[in-house]
Design a binder for this molecule. Structure first.
Ligand code: ADP
Length: 470
């Protein structure tokens, strides 16, 4: 982390990720795009990846563009690539497996072959666009092999890789055919970033025991290559989210909800509709609260916002059907003429509307079965009114739990414990709510989105200027 900012600024950043953009709408879309766009703009950077388009015939020459001083290079995917690489290997193999769901992992050899081909196609198309002293930052599980393929093209630049999702434990990863090739590919990079120290531990355990890697401090050597490994927890733009919650659309939503609630307490959950988010278990925990604490009936409401995602993948259709059934049964059993216990909403909201919804609620219920980080937990805290904040109930299996210890931490598989945590949250005295919130907010401010980016890039800048090509 010793590189001088001046020199740092003069090196161009190149980001490679499955999806590119949005650049102009980044602030509205929020999340990582904001951090990446900022850094790309500062260094006159280049952003490479999939265009988001699926075409019958695809070209290997990237579409070049420019937005806000950032150069863009994208490739379309063919119908077969979209099916086998994206829906297949990314979303039906790596996503469930890295979230510890062996039973939902649908491995097919041709999925992995397509994944290798797409990674190679990306590297082939983007390598000629690189300059000698670029910092190249590859993102997430879609592009694990990209670094290796770039090296095969003769690229000697500093290459970093960041995994946004969890790194699985050794016994889980070993169930994936070709796991050895996947892990070996990671050694083509100079820096590997993970969300939490636990992900780093699991990675080290795997490579030390399965790949004969030598570990010395944050350096790991295997396959004749040495990489630096670290935990870089993703944060949020705290001030930006606070602003959203306190003005405009956020404020309108807050007012509207508080009026409608008429004194009732609101539990809110906001997640993509994904089986990793533990929504079925969450619904059942809420039903248990209503069952075991009848006095809560009529005095509490739970609003779950869950826009459908990855609709072409069969496992997502299954979880959607399961949740519809469960929501119907809970409302059927407990609803009264003047009270609906569970509002289950399958649509997306703007970030400002979400901020107002978070702020209007008394409890934020974030109980994924496994999550790399979980940004909703952080947004929830940032949106609160510090004078009268809501309570965050957070799964111990979200990466965020390692930083957010002042939340009520729960085991999402233990429905009795989650129901009890909800009851505790309902009654938490104002002073304790304030203290917990202040501590959580302190942590969010210290490790915000800019810090995540700068910490990772500082280590990447220290990578040796030129490495032998693979
Ligand atoms: P994941 O990346 O697995 O979807 P995260 O919690 O880390 O989970 O990030 C989710 C992001 O998507 C958050 O920034 C959140 O605000 C946003 N989001 C989730 N649900 C909705 C929704 N219904 N409408 C708009 N944005 C949403």
């Amino acid at each position: 982390m010793s590189a001088s900012p001046k020199r740092a600024r003069s090196r161009r950043l190149v980001v490679m990720s499955n999806r590119v953009g949005p650049v102009r709408g980044a602030a509205r879309a929020g999340g990582l795009a904001v951090a990446l766009v900022e850094a790309l703009r500062e260094s006159g950077g280049l952003w490479c990846g999939w265009s988001g388009r699926v075409a019958d015939a695809v070209s290997d020459r990237p579409n070049l563009g420019e937005a806000d001083g950032i150069r863009l290079a994208t490739l379309d995917l063919s119908v077969a690539e979209h099916e086998d690489y994206y829906n297949g290997f990314c979303n039906r193999c790596l996503w469930p497996l890295f979230h510890f769901r062996i039973g939902l992992t649908a491995f097919e050899r041709h999925y992995y072959e397509a994944y290798r081909r797409v990674n190679a196609r990306f590297a082939h198309a983007f390598a000629p666009l690189l300059r000698a002293d670029d910092l190249v930052w590859v993102h997430d599980y879609h592009l694990i092999h990209c670094g290796q393929e770039l090296r095969a093209q003769g690229c000697r630049q500093a290459l970093g890789f960041y995994l946004h999702i969890p790194f699985p434990s050794r016994e889980v990863l070993l169930t994936l055919p070709n796991n050895d090739q996947l892990v070996q590919a990671l050694f083509a990079y100079d820096v590997l970033g993970f969300q939490t120290a636990r992900d780093v531990e699991r990675f080290l355990d795997h490579v030390a025991n399965e790949c004969g890697a030598q570990v010395s401090g944050d350096r790991v050597t295997a396959y004749g290559r040495s990489v630096r490994v670290g935990a870089f927890p993703v944060g949020i733009d705290v001030a930006g989210f606070e602003r959203l919650a306190h003005g405009g659309e956020g404020l309108r939503q807050w007012r509207r909800l508080r009026e409608q609630l008429a004194g009732r307490q609101l539990i809110v959950g906001v997640d993509r509709l994904d089986y990793t988010k533990g929504l079925a278990e969450r619904f059942q925990s809420y039903a248990l609260l209503l069952e075991t604490h009848p006095e809560a009936r009529g005095r509490i409401e739970y609003m779950q916002i869950a826009p459908p995602s990855r609709g072409e993948v069969p496992e997502y259709a299954a979880i959607r059907a399961e949740l519809e059934g469960l929501a119907g049964r809970i409302n059927g059993r407990y609803a009264e003429l003047d009270w609906i216990p569970l509002h289950y909403i399958n649509r997306a909201y703007s970030r400002s509307a979400l901020a107002g919804i978070y702020r209007a609620s008394h409890i934020g219920l974030v109980t994924p079965l496994r999550d790399g980080m979980n940004l909703v937990a952080k947004e929830y805290v940032a949106a609160q009114d510090p004078a009268d904040p809501g309570v965050l109930v957070l799964s111990r299996f979200a990466g965020a739990a390692w930083q957010m210890k002042a939340a009520l931490i729960v085991n999402p598989y233990d429905q009795v414990a989650v129901a009890e945590a909800l009851q505790t949250a309902r009654d938490l005295p104002l002073e304790e709510r304030r203290n917990r919130h202040a501590e959580l907010l302190r942590g969010l401010r210290e490790y915000d989105l800019a810090r995540w980016r700068e910490d990772f890039l500082a280590v990447l800048r220290e990578a040796p200027a030129a490495r032998a090509a693979a």
